[in-house]
Write a protein of this length. Structure first.
Length: 468
């Protein structure tokens, strides 16, 4: 029988344990390691106090190892790349748009030394950080002026607060959307200091509803792109051009929250049609707001574009300072916008567009290659087949449109949900975690966004042990 420790004072002293951990102390600091030792000793003390016996043999080794694991875990960077095989190209939880290499290079370039972020090199004096993107946005959209903030939610907040603080904003009941839980149109309007005036009904809102809502307290007319849902059937909404006219007749700015603004005609890439930022401005919007990391394919940011005098007002709002972009995001955005100056290359140069337009035959061939590698590795308990599937754009963009795709369908030979959940958990535990989805009784990997195929295949060998 092993000897058992049943008395607290038989536990090793902190210093004794620390003596075994000299290298770790050197690497991670005395305080961090001491804290970890104390935490492990407390676990043992609690368990002895609770009446359990602790084996004395190799107790010191046990504590030393537990401390090493604890420090390892606490020093691990939890923020890491994953394979997005969910079929949702712009997945908010997985970081939305994948950035092009040129944008990443630009981030490094301007961050590892000083830069002319807010400095005019010609005049030798202070300038505006927006100057780096404003001309580009105007060139690509036809807008007179533009500015940029942290995300589209911030763009909407800032625009409303600047133009309609303490004033009324009529919005169609059909457009009071919620985007991803924390962004709800009514709450943003209220947070911006505005008074929401709901007009029309969920399915039908007419021009006369807007017209009769306008009074001396009305500040703007607002249209919200209902990006993430569609109402079908007996529906009616007011066209942008009609609202623009009504706004002009009443001397009010007409603002559109476009959600996912796209700068190029998606139809020419075989994707569902959506008006471009330029087209929406032509329809008569005075200001539009849209995200940088949705269809635009750039870093997280929110762009406001439109009439110069309104943009100037927005730039002077003290909130702009709180919502401004940092230099790294700005550097990435500039590079992404520069890619749009060469639209013939965009499909290759912009990962979001490359993913959205990848030919299904190419994805199918890839699925066959990977299935041939994966199937034998897991054949004891799982069946792997290639399958057609459908991808979606994601981030509330073109919600009812699907894109034909191809992938792998994995089923447990025992047909149980538990096997699927286990497979899914093991895929998430790989060095570069793989995120798929469980879809009609199978674990599905949509390969549309898999561009690092050899890296993906290289870690599959680890499945054998992980699944056993
Ligand atoms: C996505 C979206 C937002 C929020 O944009 P973020 O860039 O995620 O802050 C706001 N309005 C609409 C209509 C959207 O689609």
């Amino acid at each position: 029988m092993n000897k058992q420790i049943s008395r607290l004072r038989d536990l090793p002293a902190v210093d004794l344990v620390l003596r075994e951990l000299e290298q770790l102390v050197e690497a991670c600091g005395h305080e961090r390691v001491t804290d970890a030792v104390r935490a492990e000793l407390k676990i043992l003390r609690d368990s002895i106090s609770a009446g359990s016996n602790v084996e004395e043999e190799s107790l010191l080794d046990h504590i030393v190892n537990a401390v090493k694991v604890r420090i390892d875990m606490s020093m691990k960077n939890s923020f890491m790349p994953v394979f997005n095989l969910t079929g949702t190209v712009l997945h908010t939880n997985l970081g939305r748009a994948v950035l092009p290499k040129s944008a990443l290079d630009a981030v490094v370039r301007v961050s590892q030394s000083a830069s002319n972020l807010e400095y005019d090199l010609e005049q030798g004096k202070r300038s505006d950080r927006d100057s780096h993107i404003e001309k580009l946005i105007c060139e690509l959209s036809g807008a007179e002026a533009a500015t940029v903030v942290n995300n589209n939610a911030a763009a909407v907040l800032l625009t409303l607060n600047t133009l309609a603080n303490q004033k009324e904003v009529p919005v169609s009941r059909g457009e009071l959307v919620e985007i991803g839980g924390s962004f709800r149109m009514p709450e943003i309007i209220t947070s911006a200091g505005c008074v929401l005036k709901e007009i029309g009904t969920t399915n039908r809102t007419h021009l006369k509803d807007y017209a009769s809502a306008i009074n001396e307290n009305t500040a703007i007319l607002l249209k919200v792109h209902t990006s993430n849902y569609r109402i079908e059937g007996f529906v009616s909404e007011v066209q942008e051009s009609e609202l623009a006219q009504l706004a002009e007749d009443n001397n009010l700015p007409f603002v559109i929250d476009l959600g996912s603004g796209n700068l190029v005609d998606l139809k020419s890439y075989g994707l569902p049609d959506e008006p471009t930022v330029g087209q929406v401005l032509e329809m008569g919007a005075d200001l539009i707001t849209f995200s940088g990391d949705k269809l635009l394919g750039g870093p997280q940011c929110g762009i406001i574009a439109g009439r110069k005098e309104l943009i100037e007002k927005i730039k002077q709002n003290p909130l702009k300072r709180a919502l401004r972009l940092d230099k790294m995001t700005l550097a990435a955005l500039v590079e992404v916008l520069r890619l749009y100056q060469n639209p013939g290359q965009l499909q290759e140069s912009l990962p979001t567009l490359a993913h959205l337009t990848r030919p299904v035959e190419q994805i199918q061939t890839q699925a066959e290659r990977i299935a041939a590698k994966l199937a034998p590795l897991v054949s004891q308990d799982y069946q792997v087949t290639t399958t057609e599937c459908t991808s979606q754009v994601g981030s509330g963009t073109l919600p009812t449109e699907t894109i034909p795709s191809y992938g792998l369908s994995i089923n447990g030979k025992d047909n149980s949900d538990q096997s699927l959940r286990k497979f899914s958990a093991v895929m998430r535990s790989l060095p570069t975690p793989v995120i798929g989805r469980i879809h009609s009784g199978s674990y599905l990997l949509d390969l549309r966004c898999l561009d690092k195929e050899s890296e993906f295949i290289a870690q599959l060998d680890l499945l054998v042990e992980a699944l056993s």
